[in-house]
Design a protein around this ligand. Structure first.
Ligand code: CU
Length: 168
């Protein structure tokens, strides 16, 4: 019981500690939801696009996720044209695969060139400018969101991002 009080207090301090608290709570069984300030996330995807890839087997995806409710987490993504979709962050020019991304309460999560991005890999076909690709985003709390993402010209993808993926 002492344990529960402690984790709740830690959750209230927010920030990085909240993550630690969440992980701790996950080990405690069904109490996971109770530490949360029940506001339901209200997610909306906008500005999604995929630059027509220069490579045959991989493409990047960008979008903005707006949240008018409580915090959520982007946990995975899938696409009809890709055998696998991974979540990547770019910090200080270094790209890293992430297991999930926090979607802040009453805030937004940006996937933009040079920063966070989706990597569509094991492409079943190469997306061409002008067509649309179906992309489904999955979350810890919200229902999955499927968007039809337009494929833009290759130059939508900045050279910086291009280079960083040559090493994939
Ligand atoms: Cu990447």
């Amino acid at each position: 019981m002492n344990h529960r009080t402690t984790t709740r207090r830690r959750a209230l301090t927010g920030g990085a500690l909240a993550l630690t608290a969440a992980l701790t709570l996950a080990g405690c069984g069904d109490d996971v939801g109770s530490g949360d300030k029940d506001a339901k996330p209200e997610l909306k995807v906008s500005g999604a696009y995929i630059p027509q890839p220069t490579m045959d087997d991989m493409a990047a995806g960008f979008f903005t996720l707006t949240n008018k409710g409580g915090a959520d987490k982007l946990t995975s993504a899938t696409s009809d044209i890709a055998g696998s979709v991974t979540l990547h962050s770019t910090k200080g020019g270094v790209m890293k695969e992430e297991k999930s991304f926090d979607v802040p309460a009453n805030g937004h999560l940006d996937f933009a060139s040079g920063g966070n991005h989706l990597m569509l890999e094991k492409l079943k076909r190469k997306p061409k400018q002008g067509e649309k690709v179906s992309l489904t985003l999955r979350f810890q709390k919200s229902d999955p969101i499927t968007v039809e993402v337009p494929v833009k010209e290759a130059t939508y993808k900045p050279a910086q991002h291009d280079t960083s993926h040559n090493s994939h």
